[in-house]
Write a protein that binds this ligand. Structure first.
Ligand code: TRP
Length: 506
């Protein structure tokens, strides 16, 4: 029997491979998974066995592998190739296993015959057949034609593929349900934009997005500052609106207005061990910080990851874009979801973590930019404040005069320029000159002030617009919360049913 440590490591390894693979595919801007297929179920079964033992030879848990492959096999029974005959998968490798299990369950699946050459063959007649087939398959998944048409065209125009296989299975991304959140403990700053909102703006185009204002979570270490939380909830909504998040396309959600969050947190805590909860590295780090501040952690604080699990599972999100420090929470969510599905019944999809592409921004003191760290440039800062803050950015301490060589990595002004200056060549050039000692800190900061003014001006204008129309801000919050509430109630009904805490006395 393998130890649970080994199994967990193996799972992490598979997750890592999958992430890499998905990223590789995503970089080519289409999703495409290819492998050989065979209609022979018997051969398939024996192949799955062989695969499972091969996997266990590599130190992975055989039962886990069999589960994964079994799920794929079951799923493949539901799809058919272009001529309508059932397709079973014969060969597959571990790196795509997870994608199939976790991703394709929410995706359109299609098969297509092998590519004859390196390049997809452009054959308009066949493309029409494929698109029509896609529409038909999509309909059985409840996906509308209007969604599938442009997507298929994109895939056909922009294909990537695995060569030399007999069959190709095409997986087009179905609009994922995305959830991400923030604790309302202060106003939003530039780091919120680069680390999260910039990606969210892209997601809101195609996906079903929920943006959570986690006020329960803020209470966990700010229970005496309720007025400030209250102000921050509105401030976050205002910040999101001014950055261009559209409350019609995505949903703004107030956590505490959906009491199902609390109910699910409590129920899930019954099947999660304490050991699992407290091994979370992010919480460990946060507890250290509290200790330094001589603020003893509350029960609610120590257990907040449990409530974050509920945040993600309640709307059945399958993708969580967030900062790197949130990854342990999403991994934990997967563990809890897996346990629930295993003990009771398959209620929850296993969510995936996606790190914000903009990464983390450093503040004017060179530490991570944070709303309570006194080092942030806020979206609501006026021109004068931005100017003053940029001027006070701590730069390379070894460089005393502008004609001495400096290290761009020791100057957070460059981080911010990297994130906001659309003239990449100029930034590169400035870094070169910084290294040589032929540009002053002042010149770099002047450029940064200019870039930030350009970025912040429209945001300030939108902010002023919404400040004058508080009803619109309130409507954004209430309509989004209402949308999530409906899903939350459905999920809770399923959870209660699965846990048999319903219909007593019947
Ligand atoms: N923990 C996140 C933060 O500190 C906020 C958050 C709450 C969150 N619930 C979430 C993030 C769910 C992602 C998903 O900013």
């Amino acid at each position: 029997m393998l130890s649970s440590r080994v199994i967990n490591e193996a799972r992490d390894e598979i997750t890592r491979l999958t992430e890499n693979f998905i990223d590789r595919l995503a970089r080519r801007r289409s999703l495409f998974v290819a492998f050989r297929a065979s209609p022979d179920q018997e051969r398939l079964k024996s192949y799955l066995d062989t695969l499972a033992s091969r996997v266990s030879d590599r130190g992975l848990d055989k039962n886990f592998a069999r589960d994964v492959f079994g799920e794929i096999a079951t799923f493949c029974g539901q799809i058919s190739d272009l001529s309508g005959s059932p397709v079973a998968i014969e060969a597959i490798d571990t790196e795509i296993a997870d994608i199939l299990v976790e991703r394709i369950r929410w995706s359109v699946i299609l098969t297509r015959d092998k590519w004859e050459s390196d390049k997809p063959i452009r054959d308009p007649d066949r493309e029409v057949v494929i698109i029509n087939k896609a529409i038909e398959v999509a309909a059985t998944f409840g996906i509308p034609k209007s969604f599938i048409m442009p997507l298929m065209q994109k895939i056909i125009d922009n294909s990537c593929y695995v060569q030399g296989r007999e069959w190709t299975i095409m997986a087009a991304p179905y609009p994922h349900r995305i959830l991400s959140g923030v604790r309302p403990t202060g106003p939003l700053h530039l780091g919120h934009y680069t680390g999260a909102v910039r990606d969210w703006l892209k997601y809101q185009e195609d996906y079903d997005c929920y943006y959570l204002i986690a006020d329960y979570q803020a209470l966990a270490d700010h229970s005496r500052e309720v007025e400030s939380i209250r102000r921050s909830v509105l401030e976050v909504a205002l910040g999101w609106l001014s950055m261009g998040l559209d409350p019609e396309r995505g949903s703004f959600v107030i956590q505490s207005y959906i009491p199902e969050h609390a109910e699910l947190t409590m129920l899930l805590s019954m099947l999660t061990t304490w050991t699992e909860l407290v091994k979370n590295p992010t919480v460990k780090m946060e507890l250290k910080k509290l200790k330094k501040l001589k603020k003893p952690p509350t029960v609610g604080f120590i257990t907040y990851p449990m409530s974050q699990v509920a945040d993600i599972l309640l709307p059945k999100a399958d993708l969580v874009p967030a900062g790197k420090d949130q990854a342990p929470h999403i991994n934990f969510t997967r563990e809890v979801a897996r346990t629930f599905n295993h003990i009771y019944s398959e209620v929850f999809p296993l969510p995936r973590f996606k790190e914000g592409e903009g990464g983390t921004l450093r503040g004017i003191d060179r530490e991570k930019m944070g709303k309570t760290a006194n080092n942030a440039i806020f979206l609501a800062d006026d021109s004068e404040t931005v100017r003053r803050k940029v001027r006070s950015i701590i730069t390379d301490e070894r460089r005393i005069h502008g004609n001495e060589p400096g290290r761009p990595s020791r100057n957070p002004a460059f981080d911010i320029l990297d994130a906001f200056d659309s003239n990449k060549d100029e930034v590169r050039d400035m870094k070169k000159r910084y290294r040589k000692g032929t540009i002053s800190d002042r010149a770099i900061k002047d450029r940064l002030i200019e870039v930030l003014e350009e970025f912040l001006t429209p945001i300030r204008e939108r902010r002023a617009f919404f400040l004058e129309r508080p009803r619109m801000v309130q409507d954004a919050l209430m309509s989004g919360t209402e949308r999530e509430r409906k899903i939350a109630q459905e999920t809770m009904a399923q959870v209660r049913e699965a846990m048999r805490i319903t219909k007593y006395g019947q």
